[in-house]
Ligand binder design. Structure first.
Ligand code: PLP
Length: 413
């Protein structure tokens, strides 16, 4: 009975979904419910053809000429601007390239160096040197590893603080805080404008990691006064495995951005082959070496699916999907079988639902995948389901919850 009701509800929600037609732009297996777009987004259909052209014509026929004629050289900034639109950044502030890990390093070291300029403290009669790096206590591990190394290299100490407490914990010695916008494990959304403003008031900078928010919900980097942001493009932005990441440096800070990785691509005149380094202005300064053209242009093609898409509509559907999934889980999963660790409040939720299962969660997820429902398992006991509003249907949410209910019930026998 309840199954027919939920299935009918899903059908009605899908029929009324203004983004429903977007799904046809992705290459998806309809037999599978794919809820792992927060780990690896599905391929947009236009990518394969574009890559074939890049390899066959741009590389194969034009060869070296493509750096100019096919726009390869400036692709990091051009693709960066396309990403910028999706994270609320005006053109000229985002550059695409390298991994998120590498961009975390650039941003954190550059943020620390900014506090060490003339008159910025540490000198006689001045405020104490800013020598503290705050890192989100629940951060995705790579950010923490990189921030620790950056702290060691710059004579700072690192302190792990809950993202929600950053504003309170920042003090006169804080140089920078590195915060995950959405917690990868729980799906909790953190307060970007409030935290940024509080850190600014404390004289510190903030680096936001947007890996789980870019493409999943509206981000307003410029409007919210963000200093630095990084993010990956293979999750909700569907750029493909290992697609280039991005780095945002607020325009007002670009001239003071002193990159710890000043490769030749960020030189003001790279082909002068000058032994002395002179940084380029603008977003280019965030570049390092030769761009990863094949994956960068695959990402460029993948971004076509966003043309004309309103992030507010994406957010509305994301919340409706996760609300509906949670309701279906309540209806289908035996009492006490799972517990959501994702906040109920819309203002605190990203675009995923994480369910704590307890011992055996890994086996439950393996069984779900065998039955065509693909989520993932995060140790020790979390089942993670990512909802990508451009291609996830309400019917997918219903089926996933139904199969989860069956698997949990069978595991209890
Ligand atoms: C996925 C993810 C990363 C991944 O970093 P890579 O350098 O691409 O491996 C980093 N930070 C967060 C918060 C993530 O979710």
């Amino acid at each position: 009975m309840s199954e027919a009701v939920r299935a009918g509800e899903a059908a009605a929600l899908d029929a009324a979904d203004g983004l429903a037609a977007k799904r046809a732009e992705f290459d998806l297996d309809d037999a599978v419910v794919y809820l792992d777009g927060n780990s690896l987004g599905a391929p947009p259909r236009g990518v394969a053809g574009r890559l074939a052209d890049v390899v066959g014509r741009e590389w194969g026929r034009l060869g070296i000429r493509s750096w100019e004629e096919s726009g390869w050289w400036t692709a990091p900034e051009r693709v960066g601007d396309r990403l910028g639109r999706l994270v609320g950044a005006a053109p000229g502030q985002v550059v695409a390239g390298d991994s998120t890990s590498v961009n975390v390093f650039k941003a954190v070291v550059a943020a620390i160096r900014m506090t060490r300029g003339a008159g910025e403290g540490g000198g006689e009669g001045e405020a104490p040197l800013r020598d503290e790096v705050l890192v989100d206590a629940a951060t995705f591990p790579t950010d923490g590893y990189i921030a620790s190394s950056a702290a060691r290299m710059t004579g700072c100490r690192i302190r792990a603080v809950d993202a929600a407490d950053m504003a309170r914990e920042a003090g006169p010695r804080t140089a920078v805080a590195l915060v995950n916008h959405v917690d990868y494990r729980t799906g909790r959304l953190h307060d970007l404008p409030g935290t940024t403003a509080a850190l600014r008031a404390a004289g510190a900078r903030t680096v936001w990691d947007l890996c789980h928010s870019a493409g999943a919900l509206p981000v307003r980097l410029d409007a919210d006064g963000a200093d630095f942001a990084v993010g990956c493009t293979y999750k909700y932005l569907n750029g493909g495995p290992g697609a280039p990441a991005f780095l945002y440096v607020r325009r007002a800070l670009q001239d003071r951005f002193d990159s710890p990785l000043p490769g030749w691509n960020s030189h003001a005149d790279p082909f002068a082959m000058d032994p002395a380094y002179a940084p380029a202005g603008g977003a280019v300064r965030g570049r390092v070496g030769t761009p990863e053209i094949l994956s960068l242009l695959a990402l460029d093609a993948a971004l076509d699916v966003w043309d004309g898409v309103d992030l507010a509509a994406v957010r509305a559907k994301s919340l409706a999907l996760t609300d509906f999934f949670l309701r279906c889980v309540e209806a289908y999963v035996p009492q006490g079988g799972v517990e959501s660790v994702t906040p109920r409040a819309h203002g605190e939720r990203g675009s995923q639902v994480s369910l704590r299962y307890g011992p055996g969660a890994g086996e439950v997820m393996a069984e779900l995948i065998r039955r065509g429902v693909v989520g993932d398992f995060r140790r020790p006991d979390v089942l993670r389901f990512g909802f990508t509003p451009l291609y996830t249907r309400f019917a997918d949410a219903e089926r996933a919850a139904r199969v989860l209910g069956e698997v949990v019930a069978e595991a209890r026998r």
